[in-house]
Write a protein that binds this ligand. Structure first.
Ligand SMILES: NC(=O)c1ccc[n+]([C@@H]2O[C@H](COP(=O)([O-])OP(=O)(O)OC[C@H]3O[C@@H](n4cnc5c(N)ncnc54)[C@H](O)[C@@H]3O)[C@@H](O)[C@H]2O)c1
Length: 329
């Protein structure tokens, strides 16, 4: 299956590498507006791919079955729309679009043409996140209490999106995946527009029916953190994406046992902290981006919708859009 990549900036090379590594796909053309970026691509892929500065030209090529879109978020809508109108299946980087309205228009367009849209909610394809989901499904964690996510670094500040749209989108897609698409009924964000027209630091609070969540997103942190705590009544899990691949996930048999009573307001209510084993499960080393692209290829082959298709992406975008409306209100 021939695929073209549109956008070879910071992230595009990673997408190219993983398309190239996939036996189902052939990296037919690499496109970027900037010739200097294409020269870099050419150094790697030489004549194995074609190179193009105008994406509209490659869209008219019937040899190309699908496109991967890794341009700036604000440009996703137009490029994806043109690709769908040209009859191409679409892999698009997160966040899907800048607004829910744009996402809904693209979703309807893809449906009318029988085309696949796969949004790269990459963390759903991470083996550690998949392991956490397995633990939840097997009731190893008990009832979910809270999810705490931290995604921070110094930079890279983007002008067309806030840190929340750029970073919290990962955590929102994780929560959506872990909770089978549950939607929050309370959303509140605070943020700071520092060094940027959009927020470069945000704290997002969410209340779901059964649990609460807190997501920190920052481009102005002295530390690089990629951390997720999923706390259940039976066990708690910490995913630290900055650790080596074999040590990223830690399961804590820690929690609070209720010794007596059932109502916290009454005096006979008593609890005891439970501190048990801590272990690091074996997780086979896999590249999440490879898995995401592979899932896209499998969806095209089978005609089945992507697990991170537009339906899920719209749920995530709706939260981001509502959060934006509550920002500092
Ligand atoms: N999945 C992840 O973990 C992850 C990580 C980083 C970035 N991203 C996403 O990848 C996308 C790109 O981000 P980036 O940091 O690489 O941005 P970037 O600005 O570094 O690169 C974008 C590239 O797209 C090119 N471009 C823009 N419009 C174009 C057009 N019409 N035709 C051809 N080329 C065009 C630009 O010249 C540039 O080289 C964003 O949606 C971002 O959110 C995803």
């Amino acid at each position: 299956m021939n695929i073209a990549l549109i956008g070879y900036g910071y992230w595009g090379p990673n997408v190219a590498k993983n398309i190239f590594a996939n036996k189902k796909l052939r990296l037919h053309t690499i496109c970027d507006l900037k010739q200097a970026r294409l020269d870099k691509a050419h150094n790697l892929y030489v004549e194995q791919s074609k190179y193009e500065t105008d994406y509209r030209k490659l869209l008219s090529n019937p040899e190309i079955h699908a496109v991967a879109v890794a341009v700036e978020t604000s440009a996703h809508f137009q490029v994806v729309k043109d690709a769908l109108n040209a009859g191409k299946h679409v892999y698009v980087e997160k966040p899907f679009t800048s607004t829910v309205l744009e996402a809904e228009e693209l979703t309807a367009l893809a449906a009318s043409k029988g085309l696949i849209i796969h949004v790269d909610h990459i963390m759903m394809y991470h083996p550690c996140i998949q392991k956490i989901r397995d633990l939840i499904v097997a009731d190893e964690l008990g009832d979910l209490l809270y999810i705490e996510a931290m995604r921070m670094n110094l930079g890279q500040i983007k002008k067309d999106v806030s840190a929340m749209a750029d970073l919290a989108v990962h955590d929102l897609s994780i929560i959506d995946y872990l909770s089978d698409g549950k939607e929050p009924f309370y959303i509140k964000a605070v943020g700071e527009k520092k060094y940027n027209p959009k927020e470069s630091l945000t704290f997002l609070m969410l209340r779901y029916r059964d649990f609460i969540a807190h997501i920190q997103s920052s481009w102005i942190s002295p530390l690089k953190e990629r951390k997720l705590i999923v706390a259940g009544t039976k066990k708690m899990v910490v995913f630290d994406d900055m650790k080596p691949s074999t040590e990223k996930l830690t399961i804590y048999d820690k929690g609070v046992d209720v010794l007596a009573g059932s109502d916290v307001e009454y005096e006979d209510y008593a609890v005891k902290m439970r501190v048990g084993d801590i272990w690091i499960p074996y997780i086979p080393e896999q590249d999440a981006l490879f898995n995401s692209i592979n899932h896209f290829a499998a969806c095209i082959e089978s005609g089945k919708p992507s697990d991170s298709g537009p339906e899920q992406a719209i749920r995530v975008l709706k939260i981001l859009e509502q959060a934006d409306q509550t920002m500092n209100a």
